[in-house]
Structures are given as C-alpha cells and as structure tokens.
Ligand binder design. Sequence first.
Ligand code: ZN
Length: 316
Amino acid sequence: MRKLYLLAAGLMVLTACNKTDFTATQEDLGEEVTAMAQQRACDADVIYQNQLATDPDFRQNQANLEKFIDQYEEDVRRGVRQLTTINIPVVVNVLYRTDAEDISEPQIQSQIDILTEDFTAANIEYSSVPADFAGVKANVGITFSLQGIKRRYANKRSWRTNDDMKKSSKGGIDPTSGVLNIWVCTLGNSLLGYAQFPGGNPATDGVVILNTATGNTGTAAYPFNLGRTATHEVGHWLNLRHIWGDATCGSDEVGDTPLHNTANYGCPASGHKSTCSGNPIEMTMNYMDYTDDRCMFMFSAGQSTRMIASAGARGF
Ligand SMILES: [Zn+2]
C-alpha cells in the first residue's frame, strides 16, 4: 500500500547487548554472542532511519531516487520503458576468528546461486505462491555472479552494526567498487543481517549476513538455512522496505503488497488476515517479511519494478 512517505526520522541509538561481567579483554573481542536466532531480526531499518536523521546527502539522494522510481514506474505503465534483465557482480568478504566462521567456497557459491534463483523466480517454491497473489508474483530479472572472495582473520568474537567489518582500519575488509559487497561474519544481538539502502556512503555500501545464515550448505543453520537472509537484505539494498512498513499497518511504498499489521515470524498458515484497513490477506511469503527461510519465496511486481529502477540508479 503506497502513501506519501514522511521523512520523520528520529535518531535511533543502537544499543549493544552487553553482559555485566564483561572484562576489558572480552570487550575488545566484541559482543558476547547470544544464542542462535530463533526469529528473524534485521537492522536495516534502524540503519536507514539513522542515516536519514544524520546524513543530509543520504536524505537528498533518497528523495531523488523516489522521484526517479516514480517516473520509472510511470514509464513502465505507459509502455515506454521495458523492464530489463541485469547481472550484478558480487564480492563476498569473509571475516573469521574460528575455522567454522571461515565458510567454504561451496557455501558462498550456494548463496550466489540462491540469490539468482530468488531474483529470477527460479526457486522451487515459486509455483506454490497462493492463488491470492498469483497475479502479482514477479520474476525480478536480476542474476548475480561471484566475482571474488576476500578473507581476513580478525580476533573478534562478533561484529556490531557500526560497519567496522567494512573498514580495514577496524580489522574488516574495505568494499570493492562497482559490485555488490556482501560481508559474512558473526553478528551480535542475534541479528541475521543488515543492509545499507541506496544513496549512502560508498565506503559502507553493501549487505552484511550472519555466517550461519549464508547459503544452504556448510554451516547454514535451520531455520535460516536456505539463503533467504541475503535475498531479504539485497531487497533492502535495492530500496525495498519491510512489508509492514516498520510501523503498525505502515507503508512499504509498493502498490501491490497488502497492508500488514506488523512482522510475521516462523511459518504462518496461508490466508492469515490483516486487521489493517480492508482486512487484506497478508503476503507472509514475501521475502520482505520476517518469516523463516522455507516460508518466504516471492517478490511482487511492484517490488520488482522498484528494485530494477534502483539497480539502474546504482549503475547496473
Ligand atoms: Zn530487513
């Protein structure tokens, strides 16, 4: 459900989950790693709101991109612009302290393959999209190719959402220009990942994925073992909001997705109805909800146009 987006961002402070018995040595290693996430948690919106509040260039770039997307959508509607197929090269940056965190090349390649499947409607569940949404499910038409893998040892138990993993001066790996950068590491606060929306600082652009939620082999752990965390985060990287608009019955700026009360978790039964205006059936199988990997398997046509326009604006 689309409505005018208000830049009413308040500065949101990221809080670390510290245990009271931390010693200085432990703190140097980063946060205590909390138990494996049982529910999806993504901090992309927190990062987004923070950047809107603190970075005037980002704010202006986002406003310009929204205008560009509006025109792009109009051009597609009028038939003067055809949706196109594009390829996005990817560099995966792996940060590890333990051997298990230094994930294998097959695990990384499985993630790239899943991204291509999900963004080209080649995922096996695509034919299972309920009839309610058969008319709006979409082949986005983006393929991904692995251009390179960079690895670095860091004596850090976990990483925060302050982007240190993207800075060689902080023990991380600097981004490669002209590609989608994915950092794979252990994240604190039971986070599965986060992304930077278009229009931000190139030095921190890309997505971050928890190593045990990467790909579908190796250390990938149920229920986030089908590579959908990256699909969700790349959705943000291409300017998609969470489907509930990060507010009760909020807007995701997309015209063909239903209003959602809030995030859905786990694996909701098909036909789950919203109590928002009109009581629509919620699109819980959309990649931009918070459901488990096996229960998210579609983008909508509106999301697809928005992402293709944003990829074009990113130079792909
Ligand atoms: Zn998210």
